[in-house]
Design a protein. Structure first.
Length: 255
């Protein structure tokens, strides 16, 4: 395991740890350097195994980044990891945005809070890290497009058996039960916008946006905003009526 605390000027007062459970190829030293230079209060600990990550560190762990290879082991031993680092967000590193991580795998691994593309430009990549350090979530849009395409293919095959989680997401009729405002917010959620940004754009309080989002999730019969976004993209691809209705809602809100 690599430890940076106290290894150089400015590092001895680091107050938080960013922990990676990745191979050296998945998280190279240049990215470690970039993080520690951009965020002086962060020290990066690189654990080469889950056993090494299940330990107490000198400072609190504020973020855990894992690679796809580590995902099965981390999922199986999530309780052990959380015993040492309770409530710490876990982020899945996506090595190639053209070979997308399955959103179903992310949904099944309930501990994963965000997906971090590793092939972004460095300044954008650091901005995503900053968002996560502040408690935000991030999922690349390619994940939703791929998943929506998969849902459409399954929906079109009436003779195929549909697994229960997919069946829940295929109830497109429920979208018509949303109010114009709920539909508008669902569209913005599907674009990856956070609640505070949606609230500012619509001149609403963040609390009001949360209430609308709760109603949306309930009406769609899904479990979280990620699944709601997947429903939206699948519905959008299957019907051009969604776009017309969204434009009408935007016009009414601007009036």
């Amino acid at each position: 395991m690599r430890s940076t605390v106290g290894s150089g000027a400015g590092e001895s007062w680091a107050r938080r740890i960013l922990l990676t459970i990745c191979s050296a190829d998945s998280f190279p030293e240049c990215l470690v350097y970039a993080i520690e230079r951009e965020f002086p209060s962060i020290a990066v600990e690189q654990a080469t195994s889950l056993e090494a990550a299940c330990a107490m560190f000198e400072h609190p762990v504020c973020l855990i980044i894992i690679d796809a290879e580590s995902l099965p082991a981390v999922t199986a031993r999530a309780a052990d990891l959380m015993r040492y680092h309770p409530a710490t967000p876990i982020v899945l590193a996506q090595q190639d945005s053209h070979v997308t991580v399955s959103i179903q795998d992310v949904l099944n691994a309930k501990l994963v809070r965000s997906v971090l593309p590793m092939d972004l430009k460095l300044d954008v990549w650091l901005s995503v890290i900053r968002l996560m350090l502040r408690g935000g979530e991030y999922f690349p849009m390619t994940m939703f497009r791929s998943y929506a395409s998969s849902l459409q293919q399954r929906a079109g095959d009436c003779s195929a058996s549909i697994e229960q989680p997919v069946a829940e997401l295929l109830d497109f009729e429920e979208i018509r039960g949303l109010t114009d405002r709920e539909f508008q917010i669902l569209q913005m959620v599907a674009r990856g916008l956070q609640n505070k940004i949606i609230a500012a754009a619509l001149h609403l309080s963040e609390h009001t946006v949360k209430i609308h989002l709760h109603n949306i999730i309930t009406k769609l019969g899904v479990h979280n905003r990620t699944e709601a976004a997947a429903v939206f993209h699948a519905r959008k691809d299957s019907s051009h009526g969604s776009l017309e209705r969204s434009n009408a809602a935007l016009a009414r809100s601007a009036a």
